[in-house]
Design a protein. Structure first.
Length: 517
């Protein structure tokens, strides 16, 4: 605190002699002195010169010293005012002290008394000034601390509010003191309805609050007075149940229970997803069982016919053998039956091997396959059938052959199946286009087999890859071709898609990953 070096004193007295003598005395004592002859001009000077100490006569014409004191103290309570008075005016002097004058001196003025009065005024002034400076400092500090506190409080408030989890806290009596936005969304109560009015246990579904507090008190789920990832059921304002995961902690200070802070995570959507997943899995399983049943029924049906045929031939042959040694006619019959039996057996064998390919149980031999070569070989093998049915073939192969990693024979079986299907779809005549293209960016090679045949109706498109789905007459098709193709391509990490316009033809596209080598 910097003390003013020069003390300025304002002297108000209507007696010019007293003014002069006192001014000289005070200036000699080192004070700066300004003087006024009456109360009015004294007050103006006081404002302009800002002295720390004012010495005023009490009895003056016009405004008296008491009024001067009163006005100075009203506008500037820190200024020290000494009143000068005659002995007979002691009562006025007392009034002056009641109005916070720092002292009074009696006339005629004694220099020592004046000095003592001024010293006291100086001390009062300094103490008062120090006190006020100190108060200002404290006030400033308090303001900045309060500002900091407000900022921290606001930040913490925002943290709590912006949490994706519900946060709530209750005091030692269980009354809610914190309740964030997420809690309001979960439970439907507004903050005003809850804060200070509701208790934590009212948020729980019947029976759950006791369990919650008991588990809190036990060592389970994270230790005593703590809960970690405990699951419970809350109840909202409208009675809706809200499954929630809870973490909580009891707030204690010197063994005094200050309350509990609880974090709730709404499990509704997670539960819904889990339920959906379980439903889907169940449905998939049901679908699988239905397909399996259908497949088993088809296999039985398909294999039963040739087996019945075989049984007939075996019985016939046994009957013939029972009649005695074979003559030439019987031998010929035997040969005929054996030929028919071979046909039925190979039909059974075809069904079994196709099913093996579909069920992924057959072994694949992976090698680098040149797709141009593969297509050319398939075209060659189908050539005879194509010519017989008047089908034009257009093969479009890239100059630079693409390579895939695969089982040549199985891939050949796929393409042949697709070509034979196309041929079957064009009984009169038609055109077959086989095109191979490479998408280096996606690392894929695409083989498209397009015909101008009968096409596939929309409702059948969904089923053509199902085992035993066929629209062909008995003995012409087993309905295993496309399911076999699907199984093989899938095992090559490829895809097969179909596009068809009934009456105009169909196009099957196989996409396989290019061989990295
Ligand atoms: N190119 C095509 N044009 C029209 N329909 C087709 C074509 N390819 C397949 N289909 C339809 O899909 C069905 C199933 O074909 P898939 O090859 O699986 O069996 P399939 O040819 O009937 O008998 P399989 O191939 O076992 O001898 C066919 O019966 C036919 O209705
Ligand atoms: Mg087929």
């Amino acid at each position: 605190m910097t003390e003013r070096k020069v003390w300025k004193i304002l002297l108000i007295d209507d007696d010019p002699g007293i003014r002069k003598v006192m001014a000289i005395t005070l200036e000699d004592a080192g004070y700066e002195v300004v003087t006024a002859a009456d109360g009015e001009s004294g007050l103006q000077l006081c404002k302009r010169e800002a002295p720390q100490i004012v010495i005023t006569d009490i009895r003056m014409p016009g405004m008296d010293g008491i009024e001067v004191l009163r006005r100075i103290k009203r506008t500037d309570p820190d200024k020290e005012v000494i009143v000068a008075t005659a002995f007979s005016d002691l009562e006025l002097a007392i009034t002056a002290l009641q109005l916070d004058a720092s002292d009074f001196i009696t006339k005629p003025i004694n220099d020592n008394a004046l000095e003592v009065a001024i010293k006291r005024a100086q001390e009062r002034y300094t103490t008062r000034k120090e006190l006020s400076d100190y108060t200002t400092l404290i006030e400033e500090r308090w303001m900045s601390t309060a500002e900091e506190l407000a900022k921290t409080f606001h930040f913490q408030q925002m943290l709590i509010e912006s949490s994706m989890d519900g946060i709530t806290a209750c005091d030692g009596e269980g009354k809610i003191v914190i309740y964030n936005r997420r809690m309001a969304e979960m439970l439907g109560y507004a903050r005003e309805e809850v804060a200070g009015k509701m208790a934590l246990n009212q948020f729980f579904a019947p029976g759950e609050a006791e369990k919650f507090f008991n588990t809190m008190a036990s060592e389970e789920f994270g230790g005593k007075d703590q809960l970690f990832l405990y699951e419970t059921m809350l109840i909202g304002k409208t009675g809706d149940k809200v499954p929630a995961q809870v973490s909580a902690v009891t707030l204690c200070e010197e063994s005094e229970n200050l309350g509990v802070v609880v974090f709730f995570r709404d499990l509704t959507s997670i539960r819904q997803l889990t339920q959906q997943y379980a439903d889907q899995t169940r449905m998939l399983h049901q679908d699988k069982m239905v397909s399996l049943g259908r497949l088993a029924a088809s296999v039985v049906h398909e294999i039963n016919n040739p087996l019945a045929g075989l049984l007939n031939y075996v019985r016939l042959m046994l009957k013939i053998l029972g009649r005695g040694p074979l003559n030439e006619e019987s031998t010929q019959k035997f040969q005929g039956y054996l030929g028919l039996m071979e046909g039925e057996l190979s039909r059974c064998s075809k069904i079994v091997s196709n099913l093996l390919a579909f069920s992924r149980k057959s072994k694949l031999e992976f090698n680098e396959v040149n797709v141009n070569e593969l297509i050319s070989k398939c075209v060659m093998l189908s050539d005879h059938k194509l010519t017989l049915q008047n089908i034009r073939i257009d093969t479009r192969l890239p100059a630079q052959p693409s390579k895939v990693l695969g089982d040549f024979n199985q891939l050949q079986q796929c393409l042949i199946n697709l070509i034979f299907n196309a041929i079957d779809a064009m009984p009169e005549e038609g055109a077959l286009t086989i095109e191979c293209s490479t998408d280096h960016q996606r690392g894929l090679v695409a083989v498209q087999i397009q015909d101008t045949g009968c096409g596939i109706p929309k409702d059948e498109l969904l089923h053509i890859f199902d085992p035993f789905f066929t629209t062909k007459i008995e003995g012409k098709g087993l309905g295993l071709g496309l399911s076999t193709v699907y199984g093989i391509i899938d095992r090559h990490k490829g895809t097969i898609t179909v596009a068809s316009q009934p009456g105009k033809g169909a196009a099957f596209t196989i996409k396989l990953p290019l061989s990295s080598g």
